[in-house]
Each structure stands twice: as structure tokens, then as C-alpha cells.
Design a binder for this molecule. Structure first.
Ligand code: GDG
Length: 459
């Protein structure tokens, strides 16, 4: 294969094992095929260096670029996470448009493009990850970079209506069209992307499936991300989750594991558990709900608000339903070590994955991989998780409908072994086939077939 694979992502794990959906996926990919991984340095600096810093700690090359405190505030917390994240997760009410956020986002992307242009050769393939770098290919093309540039968006592709809230909506089309291959999670995302180009630009689908925008042509395709199911299943058997959690013999377990983010639907999930407890008959099983929700993006008001809201709901529900020897909701606002997650997921009778919007959701797949096939738990899955396109064996719910979710919890808790096994088989077939290896392979194969065009940017 000619040239190097250069992966760009905001986060790069340094000095320890990776954790979090995106970084785990990329680490596993680069460990297998080698190449270069470029990400932001952990610590901010006063004056950013004009070249990358090398970290010699992996079988592949790791490079970082500097951010100032102001870059972190405006590019990362501001434009990426207080504009683009809520925009793509259908939370227009949380979008915080500020001129300095936008300036910071442009500044970081242009600086990174300049640094990349200095090291890229025409044979390299650049694979850009996620919404932090929407403008990167456009900035690279302006600097004359002709190498193939791919993109993968881990979060939902914004719809035409979502994009109406963006001041840079025209620029957004040019940013996307500057890539050669745009990968998204689901077929629904492909449809959103095509619709945006048809309705908001001059987009035209060509005979070979490429989208034309001005003088540019690019391909858009879905590549549903997966996990390493064998590895996860193995780690699930290494400890007894019920022992870790100190559960009583007949106590059932409901589990939720999510970064504490408003997109993950945690308040409604807790309300649904409360509703189940309200409806519970004496003969219904006593089920404890464990929600692990480590902090993320602290410093943004919306994250402070969701934290307060959850503390309030869990406190209220526990006040109402706790007994002398039982606290029905256990809420952990801390990062749990990765090796403990798999046994805990295995011990669960029901996995609650109920986001209001989610690109894919890897926890849904981790829950399936962790189950004991002889006595599997039941996955309750939001129809707004990208994973719902593949995981049809789950109990699919509407996370806006608390009563429907409470019913699904009850259905899951009393489901026969026969039905659980049937559903699990269907889920496992998908999770064990559409793995992380499959994701990187299919993306990179499609990328190989893309011939970068040497056409000018659209005006
Ligand atoms: C983005 C998209 C897409 C969670 N708590 C702990 C912990 N986790 C791990 C989970 C899982 C990962 O973090 C979360 O991945 P998700 O996919 O659920 O969600 P995002 O972080 O929002 O990821 C998402 C993903 O990118 C990949 O494309 O699926 O839709 O939003 O692996 O297990 N890990 C540890 N302790 C915790 O407390 N160690």
C-alpha cells in the first residue's frame, strides 16, 4: 500500500490505556495496521509550537499539536461542544453561538492544516475523525494538499433543519465536499447528508454514486462502528459482576453506562425506572438500577445542569422507593475502570441504552458481547441510537415516552429464557460480525477505491 495512513482526532490516548468510544476504536485500528495518529496535546500551552510533538510509546507513530487555554475554551468547549454537538444531537435550545468560539474553531483547524501540509506527501491517506475538524479538508485543499482525505462522523449527521441554526451553513457544505469519502454511522445519516446537499446547495448525485458540489465530487457512505466483541466477552468472564456489586441472590440488575451527557437520555431513563417501581406488583422482581455516568466536558453550563437534574431525580426516586435494606437507584458519577465494566454488564438482567440522539452507541454492543449466551440479559434500546438500525433483537423504545420505557423494563425483567435467547442470538450475530475490525476494513477498502480529484474548490 502506497503512502501512510494518517489519522486525526481530537483526543489521543497518551501514557496509559485508552478509554471512551472513539479512542478505543482508533487505538485498536492503528495497532492492527500501523500509521500515524495525530491528536491534541493533554496540557495547554502559552504559545503553540508550529510543529508536531512526537510521543514514542506505541507500535504506530503518535504526534500531538498544541492548544492554548483560549483554543481549548473556544475551539473545544465552545464551537465543538456548545455549538456543533447540540446541533447534531437535536438540542437547538442549547446552541451557544459566540463569535470567539467560531474564531477559535477556524484558527485551530487552519493551524493544524498548515502543520499537516508540511508533513503530508501526495501518496498519504488522511483520515479525519469527527466534528472537531469539519473544516480541515477544506483548509488543506486551500493549501494545495492533493492527498486523499477521508472523514468519519461519529455523531448524527445534522439534518437540513438542524443546519438552519448554524451561521456557517454555506461554509459547512464546502467543508464536507472537500473530503473525498465521508463516512457516517447509519443509512439515516447518509440520507440526511444527501438531503442537505440537494436542498441547501447545488448537490447532484452522479451515476457512480458520488455527490457533486460545485467543482468537487465526494462519496458518502455508512460504516456502522463496532467493538472488539471477543475481547469484551473474555473480560466479562474474568470477574463476577454480582460479587463486585454485592447483589443479593434474588436481586435483579438494570444497568446504564454513559458519559454524563444530555444526549444520553438519563433523566427520562431514571424517571422510567421510577415509573416501573410505581407500577411494580408485589410478585414483580425487585430490581436495582445501576447508572454509571462519568463526568465529561466539565465547565459547560449544560453539563452542570444535567448533573444537577440527575442528582435531583435519583434522590427523589430513592426517597420514594428505598427500603431499610434496599436502595433501588445506584448512581455513580465517576469513571469506573474498564476491566470492571464488562463483568458488570454481564451480571445485568437488562441493559438500558436510551439516548435521545446518538451516532451509534457502543455500550449497546458491549452489553450484547458481555452476555452469557445460556442465560442472556435483555437490551432495551432507543430508536434514536444509530445502533437501532442493526440491533433489531432489542426491545426498541421511544425515549421521550416514559411509560413505554417502564413497560419495556417490566417486559424485559419477566421475559422467558426462550425469547431472551432468540433475541440475544439475533443481536450477537450483528455484534460479532460488524466489529471494529470490520469497520476499519470496510472504511479503508472504500477509501482505497476513492481517487482524489485534482479539482479546484468550489467558489
Ligand atoms: C461517540 C458517539 C459512537 C462509559 N463509561 C465508562 C466507560 N465508558 C465507555 C463505554 C463505551 C464508551 O465509553 C462510550 O461510547 P459510546 O459509543 O456509548 O458514546 P460516546 O462517548 O458518546 O461516543 C457514539 C462513538 O463515538 C463511536 O463512534 O458510538 O454514538 O457519541 O465504550 O464502555 N469506560 C470506562 N469507565 C466508565 O465509567 N472505563
Amino acid at each position: 500500500m502506497a503512502g501512510r495512513l494518517i489519522v486525526i482526532s481530537n483526543r489521543i490516548p497518551l501514557g496509559g490505556p485508552p478509554s471512551g468510544g472513539l479512542v478505543v476504536a482508533l487505538h485498536e485500528c492503528l495497532e492492527q495496521i500501523g500509521g500515524v495518529w495525530i491528536g491534541a496535546a493533554d496540557e495547554t500551552v502559552e504559545t503553540p509550537a508550529a510543529t508536531f510533538t512526537e510521543h514514542k510509546e506505541a507500535s504506530y507513530q503518535k504526534l500531538t499539536f498544541d492548544l492554548t487555554k483560549e483554543d481549548y475554551r473556544t475551539y473545544y468547549l465552545g464551537y465543538a461542544n456548545a455549538v456543533l454537538w447540540p446541533l447534531c444531537h437535536r438540542r437547538g435550545d442549547l446552541i451557544d453561538l459566540q463569535q470567539d468560539y467560531r474564531d477559535g474553531y477556524y484558527r485551530v483547524n487552519e493551524r493544524l492544516a498548515q502543520m499537516l501540509a508540511d508533513i503530508v506527501t501526495p501518496d498519504d491517506r488522511i483520515w479525519v475523525q469527527d466534528y472537531h475538524f469539519f473544516p480541515l479538508a477544506h483548509a488543506l485543499r486551500k493549501l494545495g494538499v492533493r492527498a486523499a482525505i477521508g472523514f468519519f462522523l461519529h455523531i448524527p449527521f445534522p439534518t437540513r433543519t438542524d443546519l438552519e441554526a448554524l451561521s456557517d451553513q454555506r461554509e459547512f457544505l464546502d467543508w464536507i465536499a472537500a473530503f473525498d469519502l465521508v463516512g457516517v454511522q447509519t443509512k439515516g445519516d447518509v440520507a440526511s447528508c444527501l438531503e442537505v446537499f440537494r436542498a441547501m446547495g447545488d448537490g447532484e448525485l452522479q451515476l457512480d454514486g458520488a455527490m457533486r458540489h460545485g467543482a468537487r465530487r465526494f462519496h458518502v457512505q455508512s460504516f456502522p462502528i463496532g467493538i472488539n466483541p471477543e475481547g469484551f466477552a473474555q473480560s466479562a468472564g474474568e470477574e463476577d459482576g454480582r460479587e463486585i456489586l454485592n447483589l443479593r441472590p434474588n436481586e435483579k440488575l438494570l444497568i446504564g453506562i454513559d458519559r454524563l451527557d444530555y444526549s444520553k437520555g438519563l433523566p427520562n431513563r431514571m424517571r422510567a425506572v421510577g415509573q416501573y417501581l410505581d407500577m411494580r406488583q408485589p410478585e414483580d422482581p425487585r430490581a436495582t438500577f445501576l447508572q454509571i455516568a462519568p463526568p465529561t466536558r466539565e465547565g459547560l453550563a449544560a453539563y452542570e445542569d444535567i448533573r444537577n437534574e440527575l442528582e435531583q431525580i435519583s434522590g427523589a426516586e430513592n426517597g420514594k422507593h428505598s427500603d431499610l435494606d434496599w436502595t433501588p437507584i445506584r448512581y455513580i458519577h465517576q469513571m469506573v475502570p474498564r476491566h470492571r465494566l464488562a463483568p458488570i454488564l454481564r451480571a445485568a438482567d437488562v441493559g438500558l441504552v436510551t439516548p435521545m440522539a446518538d451516532g451509534m452507541n457502543l455500550v449497546a454492543k458491549e452489553f450484547v458481547a458481555a452476555q452469557d449466551g445460556r442465560d442472556p440479559g435483555v437490551l432495551v434500546l432507543s430508536r434514536f441510537a444509530g445502533a437501532a438500525e442493526q440491533l433489531e433483537g432489542a426491545l426498541i423504545v421511544n425515549p421521550f415516552d416514559i411509560m413505554e420505557m417502564a413497560d419495556a423494563i417490566r417486559t424485559a425483567l419477566v421475559m422467558s429464557l426462550e425469547e431472551r435467547s432468540e433475541r440475544h442470538e439475533q443481536l450477537a450475530r450483528s455484534v460479532f460480525t460488524e466489529t471494529i475490525d470490520h469497520w476499519t476494513e470496510t472504511y479503508l477498502n472504500a477509501f482505497d477505491r476513492v481517487i482524489p480529484i485534482s479539482m479546484p474548490l468550489s467558489a
